[in-house]
Design a protein around this ligand. Structure first.
Ligand code: ARG
Length: 343
């Protein structure tokens, strides 16, 4: 059996890689899609081979992620339940598409992902994989099917002689350019303040610089093109904004989120560039759209965010909404001036 595994290099997908080989005797091809998860990418190929992959692909999808997914999200002011900029939700369909394409090319019997039965990501993966795979390629979700817990994953790895980095034990992290999500551990208690060690992209506002940061962001039909008058590459712009805005203590999110499966969950995020660009874009819309347009667009924006959150990126309805969103962004061009000060 030949299995193409969507591989992040994290705890669960690493355990699955071992499991698929040892328990099912599968030949495993790993695929890691680079959507800007900088830290997690380090050593991922080496790790895949160490764990027994027969072949590994790292696909650089950063530009496609920003230009085909993130820019649409900016135009739709996409914040799920008014707060979450959808980083994970925007990236999953792209990852699934790349994995499916490789599975078809490799003539795989199955595709595997590491999602649990509790999250939204299983839905996003399953829906998108079904849209791009051939019907005879099966979808395996070993963590869900075997009800694998994190401690069992740790056990599988240590028993097979692999070390587990200590950072894997504390939180479950999902990171890409648009947002960094931190789940689990103490964060599962919604009464507890997130500890400082949960954050990597932002400083606490108390410790941010006493000097405010002033910035001018220029949009062309809803898409950011310049920062402080300087034309910037799309990927470089997001990376830059995460860094400078995060250093001023802006970009932390702490919310009780309504998951697709019906659970409420406490979610903590860092998304300095996303929150900055969406706020700037929304302010520019307030300047140029008529009151009727603004009210209608609020409904469309919310529907767009809900659909993307629910894993319906491939639903043709999302494309229809994008046409409306693009049309309403026709005049959303100009400069927005921002001040970032201690969060
Ligand atoms: N709650 C977010 C979403 O559904 C993020 C999930 C990220 N996963 C993780 N293992 N931290 O989009």
């Amino acid at each position: 059996m030949k299995v193409v595994l969507a591989y992040s290099g994290g705890l669960d997908t690493s355990a699955i890689l071992v499991l698929l080989r040892k328990k099912y005797g599968a030949e495993v091809i790993t695929v890691t899609v680079d959507v800007g998860q900088e830290e997690e990418l380090k050593g991922v190929e080496e790790k895949a081979y160490k764990l027994g992959a027969v072949k590994h692909y790292t696909v650089d999808a950063k530009k496609e992620f920003v230009e085909e997914h993130v820019f649409k999200a900016i135009k739709a002011n996409a914040l799920y339940e008014g707060m979450y900029p959808l980083g994970t939700a925007l990236a999953r369909p792209l990852i699934a598409k790349k994995v499916a394409e490789i599975a078809v090319k490799e003539g795989a019997d199955a595709v595997a992902h590491g999602c649990t039965s509790k999250g939204n990501d299983q839905i996003r993966f399953d829906v998108t994989l079904k849209a791009y795979l051939k019907p005879d390629i099966k979808i395996l979700a070993p963590v869900r099917e075997l009800r694998l817990t994190r401690s069992e994953s740790i056990k599988i790895l240590t028993e097979n002689g692999y070390e587990v980095p200590s950072s894997h034990k504390k939180y479950s992290i999902d990171e890409n350019m648009w947002s960094r999500s931190i789940e689990g551990g103490i964060l599962d208690d919604p009464f507890a303040e997130p500890p400082e060690d949960a954050f990597e992209w932002t400083v606490t506002p108390e410790k941010a610089s006493d000097e405010p940061l002033y910035m001018v962001i220029e949009f062309d039909r809803g898409v950011p093109i310049r920062v402080n008058g300087e034309k910037m590459d799309s990927v470089a712009m997001i990376t830059y904004l995460n860094k400078v805005v995060g250093a001023h203590g802006f970009g932390r999110i702490d919310l009780i989120e309504s998951r697709v499966v019906g659970l409420k969950s406490r979610e903590v995020y860092e998304a300095p560039a996303a929150l900055t660009l969406i706020e700037a874009h929304q302010d520019l819309e307030r300047m140029v759209l008529t009151p009727k347009e603004l009210r209608f667009k609020r409904l469309i924006d919310e529907m767009w965010s809900d659909m993307v959150y629910q894993g319906l990126w491939v639903d043709p309805m999302r494309e229809h909404l994008d046409l409306v969103v693009d049309s309403m962004n026709r005049y959303v061009s100009g400069e927005v001036r921002l001040k970032v000060y201690k969060g």
